[in-house]
Design a protein around this ligand. Structure first.
Ligand SMILES: COC(=O)/C=C(\C#N)c1ccc(F)cc1
Length: 397
């Protein structure tokens, strides 16, 4: 069925359909498919789904010159902790990713894997089963009481990383990025959002460290900036993007209620712009909008209305991807893309509309999504959403 009480607006005559260069990619539109976890990877091995994943990414990359960021992919077993999310550390995983990347390129589109490390959002019992630690920035500051009791029951207490372990994570990010680039990816996105490991170092709510990785704005930025510097050294700044959710509360992050949290993001983004002005400009900075503080909430719920990401434009002078319930707000998109370096990510409605690019261009009705099929091991709710013409022939209205 189509989304009701929603008036689409054709955006094909706006900047949204003006070409833009991101890294080495000549995009023909500024619509981006953002990282969308779908929990369909094979266990064991965290291998992208051999039967469905290539079809899923093929369907969503048909409009040539479109940028796709993959679902989050673990950089190593220690960075994981969800059995049905994929990784990018092993040759079996990269075999599947190579066929996905090849298909997206055949469609004339581009694909950027998102490098993911869970930290305290992982399932401690899953890590325990595999002889792995339950990591975060600090000991014992659990995401919630449920996670705390799970960690205690399985005797895998949350562990604040040592400096040696921090260096190992940085090596794992490099290994993962090299795997992706040598497998044909167009670049990689560093996941620093949504309450996962890097976010756990950035946010004072989860980082109570007493060493040089905690205790001040500069120190909490150290981990992400060390990863960025080593990644840029290894794969080139034009092949690195980064995602932040400054207002996010998902994973028990501070969000906008903490009056000093924007100072933290100003500092990090300022240091990225300093690097950019010395010739190491990242391909883009990707931001989750305050309209979405928790991706599990339905559109309109949980928005933080007291702030915006606009301040970032006065610091960062490169490309900015903005994500957060834009499909239902074409009038806002029309305004935002008047800025020449803005791209718009459409998440949940790219799940349910394989031909989203065409629908946004023409102002066509959108397929509703089925949230209860977002994270299940089924082809239903993954590759079976119809294009607009297919929907009409199915009698959808
Ligand atoms: C991959 O990047 C993410 O931020 C992933 C999630 C979020 N938010 C996510 C979504 C659904 C799940 F079941 C687990 C994580």
């Amino acid at each position: 069925a189509f989304v009701e009480d929603f008036t689409p607006i054709p955006l094909e005559d706006t900047n949204l359909f003006k070409p833009i260069r991101v890294g080495d990619c000549m995009l023909r539109n500024r619509i981006v498919m953002p990282p969308l976890t779908r929990m369909r990877a094979h266990y064991p091995g965290n291998i992208p789904n051999r039967f469905w994943a290539r079809k899923y990414y093929d369907q969503r990359s048909k409009s040539p010159g479109t940028m796709i960021i993959t679902e989050g992919a673990f950089i190593s077993p220690q960075a994981g902790g969800y059995d049905n999310a994929p990784g990018v550390w092993s040759s079996e995983q990269m075999t599947e990713w190579k066929s996905i990347f090849k298909k997206v390129h055949e469609n004339g589109s581009y694909i950027w894997p998102q490098l993911w490390a869970l930290g305290r959002a992982a399932y401690p019992e899953v890590l325990k089963r595999d002889g792995l630690r339950f990591d975060s920035a600090s000991d014992g500051i659990y995401m919630d009481t449920e996670m705390e009791s799970k960690a205690k029951n399985c005797k895998n207490l949350q562990h604040g990383l040592t400096k040696v372990e921090i260096k190992q994570y940085i090596k794992d990010y490099i290994h993962a990025a090299k795997n992706c680039m040598s497998s044909g990816a167009d670049g990689i996105e560093l996941h620093a959002a949504n309450g996962y490991l890097i976010n756990q170092f950035i946010d004072p709510i989860s980082n109570k460290r007493k060493d040089e990785y905690g205790g001040s704005i500069e120190n909490r930025a150290r981990f992400i900036l060390e990863i960025v510097d080593d990644l840029v050294q290894e794969v080139g700044s034009e092949h690195v993007g980064i995602r932040f959710s400054p207002y996010g509360t998902f994973g028990t992050m501070s969000g906008g209620e903490n009056p000093t949290i924007m100072a933290q993001y100003c500092y990090i983004i300022g240091k990225l712009e300093e690097r950019a002005q010395k010739g190491k400009r990242l391909a883009y900075i990707h931001l989750v909008e305050p309209r979405v503080t928790n991706p599990f909430l339905t559109e309109g719920q949980g928005a933080y209305s007291e702030g915006s990401n606009d301040f970032i434009y006065s610091i960062w002078k490169g490309n900015i991807i903005r994500a957060g319930n834009f499909a239902l707000h074409p009038e806002i998109v029309e305004e935002l893309v008047k800025d020449e370096r803005t791209l718009i990510a459409y998440g949940r409605y790219f799940i349910s509309n394989p031909d989203l690019v065409t629908r946004v261009a023409k102002g066509l009705p959108l397929n509703r999504y089925e949230r209860d099929k977002f994270y299940v091991m089924s082809e239903e709710g993954y590759t079976d959403y119809p294009t607009y013409t297919e929907a009409l022939s199915l009698g959808w209205s």
